[in-house]
Write a protein that binds this ligand. Structure first.
Ligand SMILES: [Zn+2]
Ligand SMILES: [Zn+2]
Length: 448
C-alpha cells in the first residue's frame, strides 16, 4: 500500500479511487504539522525583503532548508547579462527512481515600495539606490508567500517519497520583478546541467480570491510585455518662428493620440491589448521648439502574432505622422523595442487540465475555480520557450482575508493587490492551501 493512514479509514474511501480521501487526510495532517514553522518563516521573509538581484539571505534560507531535507542543492546559479552581477538562483534536486522530471519554481525578490500595511511583521527595510536615494523594500508581490509554500512543498514531497517516482527539481529564481532572473538561470544551463524538464509548475498569489481557493486557466494566463522607446526627430528653432521648424512636440502629441486607435480600431475587441504611453519628455524652455521628443511605451499582448501586429502598427503610425508633418525620411522617428521583452505566459492546456484535476482532488472541487487572464507579465513564460520547450502551468493562489474579500465584493470595491503598499496576504490558510495544492499537482505528475 502506498499511503500511510492518517485517519481511520472507511472501505468506501478505498473504493473511491487511487488516492483521494485517505491520502488527502494524510496530506492535511502533514501540512498541519508544518504550519507553525511555515508561518514563522513567512513572517521572517516578509520582515526581511530583498530587492531583485540582491536575494542573498532569502536564497541562503531556501538552500539551507532544501539541504536539510536531502535535496542536492546548487546555489548562486545563474548568469545575468551584466557581468559582475551575482545570481542567487537555487536548484534543489531530489531523485527518486524512474519517471518524469518536474520543476517547481518560486521567485524570491521584493519591490522598492514603502510598506503601509501596519502589520506587526511589516517590513521597515530601507536601502540606498545607486543614485543615493533611499527606498523602502517590501514583499508587495507576495513572493514571500511563494517561498513559504515552496519550502512546505519541499518538505511534503521529501516526506512522501514512497508515493511518487521520478525527479523533482525545485528552483528558487531571483529577479522576477526585473524579468531577468529566469533568463539568467536558463542562460547558465538550467535545462542542460540538470535533468531536462517534462513539466514546469509555479503559482502566484493575489487578492482577488479569498485564501483557501485556487484558480487555473489553460492557454494565456498573463500578457507579454514590451517596452518601446520612440524618439521623434523634428527640426528645432525659435518658438516664435514655427514656420521654420518641424515641431517634434506636436508630432509626438499626434502620435500619442493616434496610438490609441491601435487598441480601439485595429485589434480584435475579444483579445486584450494595452498600448500605454507612460513617459513623454521634450524641450527645455518656453520659447524653444526642440529637436526631439521622447516617448516611452509599455505594450501588453496575449500571443506572438498579436505582438507583431501591435509593434508594426506603432511603427507605421509614428512614421506616418512624422511624414505627414513634413519630416524628411532621414529624420524619421527612431523606434526601439527593448530586447528584454517578456512573452505571454501560456499554460499548456493538457498539463493544466491534469493539474486542475489534481487540485480538485487535493483541495475539494468547491475550492478550485476557473481563472481569468491578466495583463500583468511574468518571466515564468520563458521556461516554456527554452529547449526542450516543456509544458508549463502557473495557477493562482487566493491570499485575501476571506471576511475582507467578502466585504469588498459586497461594496463593489477591490482589496489592495500585488504591487500595492497595502497588499496583505493572510498567511493562514493561504500557505496551507498553497502547499496542499502544489504537492497534489506534483504527486499527480510523478504518480507511480
Ligand atoms: Zn510583481
Ligand atoms: Zn510576482
Amino acid at each position: 500500500m502506498k499511503y500511510k493512514l492518517g485517519l481511520p479509514l472507511c472501505g468506501l474511501a478505498v473504493l473511491c479511487g487511487a488516492m483521494p480521501l485517505f491520502a488527502q487526510s494524510d496530506l492535511d495532517q502533514r501540512v498541519g504539522k508544518e504550519m507553525d514553522s511555515l508561518v514563522a518563516t513567512y513572517k521572517h521573509l516578509h520582515e526581511n525583503p530583498e530587492l531583485s538581484t540582491q536575494e542573498k539571505e532569502s536564497s541562503a534560507l531556501i538552500a539551507a532548508e532544501l539541504r536539510k531535507l536531502g535535496y542536492d542543492v546548487t546555489d548562486h546559479f545563474g548568469q545575468y547579462d551584466s557581468p559582475g552581477l551575482v545570481s542567487y538562483g537555487i536548484v534543489g534536486v531530489l531523485r527518486n527512481g524512474l519517471g518524469p522530471t518536474v520543476y517547481v519554481r518560486t521567485d524570491m525578490d521584493a519591490l522598492p515600495i514603502i510598506e503601509n500595511t501596519g502589520l506587526p511583521y511589516a517590513s521597515h527595510v530601507k536601502v540606498k539606490r545607486p543614485d543615493g536615494a533611499e527606498v523602502g523594500v517590501m514583499h508587495a508581490c507576495g513572493h514571500d508567500i511563494h517561498m513559504s509554500v515552496f519550502i512546505g512543498t519541499a518538505r511534503m514531497l521529501a516526506q512522501l517519497k514512497s508515493q511518487w517516482s521520478g525527479t523533482l527539481i525545485l528552483i528558487g529564481q531571483p529577479a522576477e520583478e526585473m524579468v531577468s532572473g529566469a533568463s539568467a538561470m536558463l542562460r547558465a544551463g538550467l535545462f542542460t546541467k540538470f535533468p531536462k524538464p517534462d513539466y514546469v509548475l509555479a503559482l502566484h498569489d493575489g487578492s482577488d480570491m479569498p485564501a483557501g481557493k485556487v484558480s487555473w486557466r489553460e492557454g494565456t494566463l498573463l500578457a507579454g510585455a514590451d517596452s518601446v522607446d520612440i524618439t521623434v526627430r523634428g527640426v528645432g528653432g525659435h518658438g516664435a518662428a514655427p514656420q521654420a521648424t518641424k515641431d517634434p512636440i506636436l508630432i509626438a502629441s499626434e502620435i500619442v493620440v493616434a496610438l490609441q486607435t491601435i487598441v480601439s480600431r485595429e485589434m480584435d475587441p475579444q483579445l486584450p491589448t494595452v498600448v500605454t504611453v507612460g513617459s513623454f519628455h521634450a524641450g527645455t524652455k518656453h520659447n524653444i521648439i526642440p529637436d526631439e521628443a521622447h516617448l516611452q511605451l509599455t505594450v501588453r499582448t496575449m500571443n506572438p502574432q498579436q505582438r507583431e501586429k501591435v509593434l508594426a502598427a506603432i511603427t507605421r503610425i509614428a512614421n506616418g505622422i512624422a511624414a505627414a508633418a513634413g519630416v524628411p525620411a532621414e529624420r524619421a522617428p527612431v523606434i526601439e523595442v527593448a530586447k528584454d521583452y517578456v512573452p505571454a505566459t501560456i499554460n499548456n492546456p493538457e498539463l493544466t487540465r491534469r493539474v486542475a484535476a489534481a487540485l480538485e482532488r487535493g483541495l475539494g472541487k468547491e475550492n478550485v475555480l476557473p481563472g481569468k487572464a491578466a495583463m500583468a507579465s511574468e518571466d515564468f513564460s520563458l521556461y516554456a520557450l527554452q529547449d526542450p520547450k516543456p509544458p508549463i502551468c502557473m495557477f493562482q493562489l487566493g491570499a485575501a482575508d476571506p471576511a475582507k474579500w467578502q466585504a469588498a465584493m459586497q461594496n463593489g470595491t477591490h482589496l489592495p493587490g500585488p504591487h500595492s503598499p497595502e497588499f496583505a496576504p493572510v498567511p493562514e490558510p493561504t500557505i496551507r492551501t498553497g502547499v496542499k495544492a502544489m504537492t497534489s499537482a506534483v504527486l499527480e505528475l510523478l504518480k507511480k
